[in-house]
Design a protein around this ligand. Structure first.
Ligand code: SAM
Length: 210
């Protein structure tokens, strides 16, 4: 394992995230996760605060970067979720960062589309996703999970990396088509992202239930 440290200067604290040298895609911190975590930091300093005292669910959390950033920045309850094989690493990262975070952060198994597991999670104020438009077969279950976990007051914030290889452009287009049946969407302009942790290839969108 090797550790990635991500600083949050505005609160004078950092996350220490363990990553694995070998394993599935969820074992490392993806750039889209760092861009989203740092955008959350910028947002908490501005007028459209999102996290203070809120409940948060992160889907496809991987190492937990985004959800743990939310917990560090003031969320009161964060549920980090992923497939069963990712949970050991997620639990290590959750425990390691607990001294630095506000409120409670916990780890739960959630395979997208699993009704039983979805029902075990309370509808949160905020849903976070980083780089989850990745797998053709799980696109519809992902959207149905976001939909089931959202109320009319839930804010969904998602980042992803624009990819041009294989079927990725098609998957990304299909994801937005599915989401827009149930959600309004707003692109967060790049100039509102963190001034250093931004890239023209990494987009952030905010969704709300119609
Ligand atoms: C590209 S990784 C991104 C990880 C993390 N969000 C980040 O950006 O660093 C995609 C994540 O989605 C998770 N994932 C993939 N299919 C899933 C499914 N059907 N249900 C739940 N999680 C899934 C993977 O295990 C992985 O952690």
């Amino acid at each position: 394992m090797f550790t990635r440290e991500i600083d949050f200067e505005s609160v004078g604290r950092s996350l220490q995230l363990k990553q694995e040298v070998e394993g599935d895609v969820g074992c490392v911190v993806w750039d889209a996760a760092i861009v989203l975590a740092k955008y959350l930091e910028v947002r908490e300093k501005g007028k459209r605060k999102l996290l203070k005292g809120s409940s948060v669910v992160e889907l496809g959390a991987g190492t937990g970067c985004v959800g743990l950033a939310a917990a560090l920045l003031g969320a009161s309850h964060v549920t980090l979720t992923d497939l069963p094989e990712l949970l050991p690493l997620l639990k290590i990262n959750c425990a390691q960062n607990t001294p630095n975070i506000h409120g409670v952060a916990e780890v739960q198994q959630l395979t997208w589309g699993n009704t039983h597991q979805i029902q075990a999670i309370e509808v949160p104020d905020v849903i976070l996703l980083a780089d989850c438009i990745y797998y053709g077969e799980s696109l519809e279950p992902l959207v149905s999970t976001v939909r089931s976990l959202s109320s009319s007051t839930t804010t969904v914030i998602m980042s992803y990396e624009l990819r041009t290889d294989g079927n990725k452009p098609e998957l990304q287009r299909k994801f937005f088509d599915l989401m827009e049946e149930y959600f309004t969407k707003e692109r967060i302009p790049e100039q509102e992202h963190h001034s250093t942790y931004r890239s023209e290839d990494i987009l952030i969108y905010e969704f709300r239930k119609r």
